[in-house]
Design a protein around this ligand. Sequence first.
Ligand SMILES: *Cc1c(COP(=O)(O)O)cnc(C)c1O
Length: 417
Amino acid sequence: MLLKEHQYELSGGVNPLDLVDQYGCPLYVYDTAIMKRQYHQLFNAFSVPKLKLNYACKALTNINVLKYFKSLGSGLDTVSIQEVWMGLKAGFAPEDIIYTPNCVSMEEIGMAVKEGVKINIDNTSILEEFGQAYPEVPICIRINPHIMAGGSSKISVGHIDSKFGISVHQIPLVLRLVKATGLKVEGIHMHTGSDILDAGVFLQGAEILFQVAQEFEDLNYIDFGSGFKVPYKEGGIATDIEDLGEQLSERFNAFSKKYGKELTLMFEPGKFLVSQSGYFFVKVNVVKQTTSTVFAGVDSGLNHLIRPMFYDAYHEIVNVSRTTGKNRIYTVVGYICETDTFGVNRRLTEVQEGDILCFKNAGAYCSTMASNYNSRYRPAEVMVHEGNAHLIRERDNFEDLLKKQVDLNIFEPLKVK
Ligand SMILES: *Cc1c(COP(=O)(O)O)cnc(C)c1O
């Protein structure tokens, strides 16, 4: 979001306050210009003959976002059969969808096989079952390289006791199962967790994956997952994509040559592609001074944006109603009936009740993790594309809250004798 002559604006000159007027508050807004910028930055960072980016759609699952990434040439990374169906509905060809579930049933995997999407196996017992049920379906194997990465324990998925992937130490078992069942392994994969700090960790994982790759004869692709970090605060740490691209491309091309085949380099970024494209607008209901703190209490809470409470995530907050004036220090909290603090001791342009605040980096894992807790409505969502704003999700209404509830209507008033 740019600051222009005392007003914030989105790409194409769209004023967020106009959007809030039109669509109400709280409101998620996504700017496709930023999705495109991120997609191209990542795509252009690698110089390999074959590159495929698969958008990890769990970050932001609105069908218009999926369609937009399809229009950019992206494939899709999915973690549930429902995301597979969403991708097919958005128009992705089955071969452009990779399904990377964890701890799902063989039955669900069978449903994905039926849809013809790429299957990524992350467990040896499933591999054994899969090989007997579908020996003719080529697969990808998710390796756990056991490198520590990730911003917090909740999103670090590569360590030794992680539930994700097949341990790199179990490759002999994998090879035995593949041989015994006649399976064809066309891809190998790793995903070491969100928030990788530097190219070094990635390259360390890559070397392990190259070693594993040599054991398989029929590979078409190597998938390095994701974990690219984007800055959440000004001057915050981000993955140096160009540096990573240069180093990994060189190693990848050398490996392909040695392997004797032009392999496809694949990634499946979520956060990197959509985090910065999203803004979450809320209205200040109350400014409340206690003995030690000035609270700005807003018309939202952990029901709409849980990352600060769940992961201790930092989201920059700005007062978009007032871009000039003196700064004061606030603790920004939600309206949910438990502690839901968005940010402590934040410097905001002096806040008055009714002001609109904006949370930045609200594209990834924000609206997709929203709930109806406290019987609140989930917010409306708007996509700004080429200077126009489009509603892409309606705000919930009261009927939505009751839609799936079954009203028994059997309770008589207790009779008092
Ligand atoms: C969540 C996930 C991703 C995306 O991770 P980001 O940190 O959002 O880029 C990629 N691959 C798999 C298998 C995932 O589960």
